[in-house]
Structure formats: C-alpha cells, structure tokens
Design a protein around this ligand. Structure first.
Ligand SMILES: C[S@@+](CC[C@H](N)C(=O)[O-])C[C@H]1O[C@@H](n2cnc3c(N)ncnc32)[C@H](O)[C@@H]1O
Length: 232
C-alpha cells in the first residue's frame, strides 16, 4: 500500500471524527488513557510551563496535560478541523489547572518561534505525518533547550507471537468493528502505517539526527505500543 499524502491523511481523520473517541476506548479497552497519562508525565511538565500537544486530534493528551500542568498553558495543534471541533466540545474533567488553546495547523510547519515550548507530547501522530524526520526537526526547533517531547504510538513487537497477534487484532478485529461503524477502509490503514513506522531504536536515531541530545524508547504492553522520549 502506498503511503498517503498529507491531504489524504487530513481527509481520513476528518472522516473518522464522529467515531474516533469511541473506537479508541473500545479497541484498547480504555487502556490508551493510561498510556497517554504516562506520556504526559514523561514529557516532564512543570508549573507555569507552556506545553505543546502535536497532532492533538480530539485532545485527550491536551486535556491530560492541562490537568497535570499547574498554572500553565497548553496548545493543541492538529490539521483536522473535524477532530478539533470535537476537542473544543469535550469536557473530560470538572476543572483544569491550565489554560488550553486549540490551533488548526500543520505540525510540519509550526507557527511558533524557536525555543518557545517547555515540554511537548504527541499521541499517534508521528506514524501519520508524511515526513518523520522533518517533523522531529520542527519539534526540536520549537522546544527550549533541555526540554522533552514524549511521543506515544503503536510499535512493532520483537517477539513473533506478539507481532502476529497484533497484526491479527489490527487486521481482523479493528477493521471488523470499524466496518460495523461504516469506516472499514479508514481503520485498515493502521497496520500498513505500522509496517512503515521505524522501530524504537531507529526512532531514537532519527531524533538524534534531528538535533535532540538524548533519546530513549519505552516499549509498552509487550512492545505493541511505545513512547519515544527525546531531550533537546
Ligand atoms: C491517530 S490521531 C491521534 C489523535 C490524538 N493525539 C490521540 O492520541 O487520540 C492522529 C492525528 O494526527 C493528525 N495529523 C496527521 N498529520 C498531521 C500534520 N501534518 N499536521 C497536523 N496534524 C496532523 C491527524 O489529523 C489526527 O488528528
């Protein structure tokens, strides 16, 4: 399957906006919330920080960051107007500890000055951008020195049994459920995108090539997910 271009990715995510949150909860049995909380913590938010959530979609990580971060500001950026519209209507917590701003923009060309953010998160975005190296360079550019970005995404496990189980789950269960909800082809893209996605070790190398000084990749759930933490 050929990789989609930016316009295809935008259309795909606009199309699945009505069922996106529901699918995440069903397909991960709600565990994605724990992975997202770990991602926020690994980005090392501190009081009064300005944080960036890249490819924020419906804003799960943005809201978690705004809950964790005391008296700060979080900017959620995505190019899907439909997912951002969903984010703006959500109220997952009774109160937040920081202000949120939503911004429709391409993460490959961020409208921010160099060294602007104190920490950043990205959930299931790096696998979907059309140029991973350019994306990492852009994140590196807008982060302050010594700041961290924590990037959560699917990962190909090294164990063959687990890898086969993951493929079966994504190809059969996920696509079948998406079919019932009327969006099979949109969810059929997940496995091919994972096959193209570099493993943790290569992700670290790409981060270092993009100018980060340190990188570590934490495999989660038997390696079917992972969090890449890069320090500028
Ligand atoms: C799988 S969703 C993840 C949403 C959310 N972060 C989450 O964890 O649920 C991937 C998101 O990346 C966004 N995206 C992909 N490429 C992008 C780009 N170049 N610029 C901005 N957003 C992008 C899509 O619009 C979509 O909202």
């Amino acid at each position: 399957m050929t990789p989609p271009n930016s316009q295809d990715v935008q259309t795909l995510f606009n199309d699945i906006a009505p069922i996106y949150d529901q699918m995440n909860d069903w397909l991960s049995f709600g565990i994605h919330r724990v992975w997202k909380l770990m991602t926020v913590k690994w980005s090392n938010p501190q009081p009064y920080n300005t944080a960036l959530d890249l490819c924020c979609g419906t804003g799960d990580l943005t809201f978690l960051m705004a809950k964790q971060l005391v008296k700060g500001k979080v900017i959620g950026v995505d190019f899907s107007s439909q997912l951002l519209a969903k984010a703006q209507k959500k109220q997952p917590f009774k109160s937040l500890n920081s202000e949120i701003q939503w911004l429709e923009a391409d993460v490959l060309s961020l409208p921010f000055d160099n060294n602007y953010f104190d920490c950043a998160t990205m959930g299931y975005g790096l696998r979907n951008v059309t140029n991973i190296s350019a994306c990492l360079q852009e994140i590196q550019r807008v982060l302050k020195p010594n700041s961290k970005v924590a990037i959560l995404d699917f990962h190909k496990p090294s164990d063959n049994w687990v890898a086969n189980g993951q493929k079966w789950y994504l190809d059969k269960i996920v696509v079948t459920i998406a079919d019932l909800l009327g969006t099979p082809s949109e969810y059929a893209y997940i496995y091919p995108s994972l096959e193209r996605f570099p493993n943790g070790e290569t992700q670290i190398q790409l981060g270092l090539n993009a100018g980060f000084s340190q990188g570590i990749h934490y495999p989660l759930f038997g390696g079917i997910m992972g969090v890449l933490v890069l320090t500028k």
